[in-house]
Design a protein around this ligand. Structure first.
Ligand code: ADP
Ligand code: ZN
Length: 219
């Protein structure tokens, strides 16, 4: 089963993708994480990505599609994948459809995580992740069980993303509404769009997603 989690920054895509990975045996493909590790690798392509992201621009569609295309043919994706952070524009959604069709693959379900903009600022400015395993936490909504220790791997080191500030959140939200939200009708017209309430608790959102996936499987 191949699905997309679609929603504004901070909607909970990463949080839910990690949970779905475990329960449904799918692989999370976060294009943001993929790009950040590409930059960290220092390769020529990483250098190019760094310049584009540093200038606050979107990556070229072609680069993004190639990155995904190379990743989904790896053996761990055989059971299916969860796209988180991609596509971000209608052009990318169209390019994704073409690329999947070329490989004889298709999307099964697109889950919209609907949220109020005001809630997102607090979610994004409060989030942090384990430096070692990437598990996500929040100052208020999802604290570690033992202060300063990762629940999953026991690491004592955590990181915050440089772009998770109140100022950049506004710009990222604007960009979401302008560039990414038009993807919603694109998938709705194709009968693939399922909506969940991203304002609900993490557990409640998980069970809403499970119900949508069960319905999509049955269909
Ligand atoms: P995205 O991947 O969509 O940008 P994240 O999964 O990183 O969003 O979630 C943003 C922050 O909000 C994280 O710190 C996460 O722990 C927290 N969070 C995620 N879902 C919820 C929720 N339903 N209620 C409260 N906080 C949440
Ligand atoms: Zn960890």
């Amino acid at each position: 089963m191949n699905l997309i989690l679609l929603g504004p920054p901070g909607a909970g895509k990463g949080t839910q993708a990690r949970l779905i990975e475990e329960t449904h045996g799918l692989v999370q493909l976060s294009t943001g994480d993929m790009l950040r590790s590409l930059v960290a690798s220092g390769s020529p392509l990483g250098q190019q990505a760094k310049e584009i992201m540093g200038a606050g621009r979107l990556m070229p569609d072609e680069l993004m599609v190639t990155m995904i295309a190379e990743r989904i043919v790896e053996p761990d994706c055989a059971n299916g994948f969860i796209l988180d952070g991609f596509p971000r524009t209608v052009a990318q959604a169209e390019a994704l459809d073409r690329m999947l069709a070329d490989k004889g693959l298709k999307l099964d379900c697109v889950i919209e995580m609907a949220c109020d903009d005001e809630a997102l600022v607090e979610r994004i400015t409060g989030r942090f992740a384990c430096a070692k395993c990437g598990a996500g936490y929040h100052d208020r909504f999802k604290q570690t069980k033992v202060a300063g220790v990762c629940d999953v791997c026991g690491s004592l080191e955590f990181v915050r993303r440089a772009d998770d500030t109140a100022e950049t959140v506004r710009t990222r939200l604007q960009q979401y509404h302008q560039m990414t939200a038009p993807i919603l009708p694109y998938y709705a017209e194709r009968g693939m769009l399922k909506k969940v309430d991203g304002m609900a608790s993490i557990d409640e959102v998980t069970s809403q997603i499970d119900a949508r996936l069960a319905a999509a499987k049955g269909a």
